[in-house]
Design a protein around this ligand. Sequence first.
Ligand SMILES: NC(=O)c1ccc[n+]([C@@H]2O[C@H](COP(=O)([O-])OP(=O)(O)OC[C@H]3O[C@@H](n4cnc5c(N)ncnc54)[C@H](OP(=O)(O)O)[C@@H]3O)[C@@H](O)[C@H]2O)c1
Length: 259
Amino acid sequence: MMKRKVVLITGCSSGLGYETALWLAEKGYIVYASMRNLKKNKRLVEESKQRNLNIHICELDVCNIDTIDNCVSGIIENEKRIDILINNAGFAVLGKFTESTNEDFERQFATNFYGALNCSRAVLPYMIDNKEGTIINVSSILGLTGAGTLSAYCSSKFALEGWSESIRCELKKKGINIVLVEPGFFRTEIYNNVSYVSENKKQYSISSMGGSPIRVAKRIESILKKKRPRRRYTIGYDSYFGCMIKRFFPDFISEKLVK
Ligand SMILES: NC(=O)c1ccc[n+]([C@@H]2O[C@H](COP(=O)([O-])OP(=O)(O)OC[C@H]3O[C@@H](n4cnc5c(N)ncnc54)[C@H](OP(=O)(O)O)[C@@H]3O)[C@@H](O)[C@H]2O)c1
């Protein structure tokens, strides 16, 4: 019988993390669905009960090392290993660069970039000991192409891309896969959770759009089944075409499309 893999996912109170936790649990993974605010666990608790799934919900704020260490040591105590980490937690700072401060960038990077580093540092020693493991970094098509009023968000995801590609080279020899996923636009709470750089919110608009987040969950599961996953996977047609245009077309075309 195949060993059930142990997976830790960050940011499971809503959106892509929530759907991925449910989908992987349905597919037989031992799922540790983490969230920074356990008061938001009700939906996941009820849904997993309804589907008869056993999901472990734990507290983890990717910006708080103590919560990460507590969560990871709890998993190690129970399971003796962590096979997969999905660095999913994130949010978007929205607004023009000229109206932003470095603090806006710092809080964006603290979660979207350093949050992934923090969690990876906590699980990697166990993965290296086991000589296997997979870390999936949830980036974005906006980690490959810039977009107006999203400079903080795009920068944080570009940083995630560079870090992820680099450590992939280092960790391959140790049996660890580092994989980037690049979702296009998916209907999640990210649009409601936007954090503005400016007091005048009305000058920017961002609305919930895109495909169902379950598609991302299914794609992640299909990546986890691969023996030798690639370094990056687009998710959604918008992401696929965005990626192709960036790679094969002159810059002025991708700039026009992003506009
Ligand atoms: N939806 C899209 O169109 C899209 C496209 C490309 C990439 N992405 C990426 O997908 C990931 C998930 O976003 P989503 O779309 O699913 O948005 P979401 O529904 O807003 O979910 C984001 C999750 O991250 C959590 N989070 C935020 N800061 C955190 C922290 N410091 N520690 C732990 N958890 C934290 C949120 O928790 P709270 O509920 O406590 O805030 C929430 O659970 C993000 O990295 C995002 O950049 C999304």
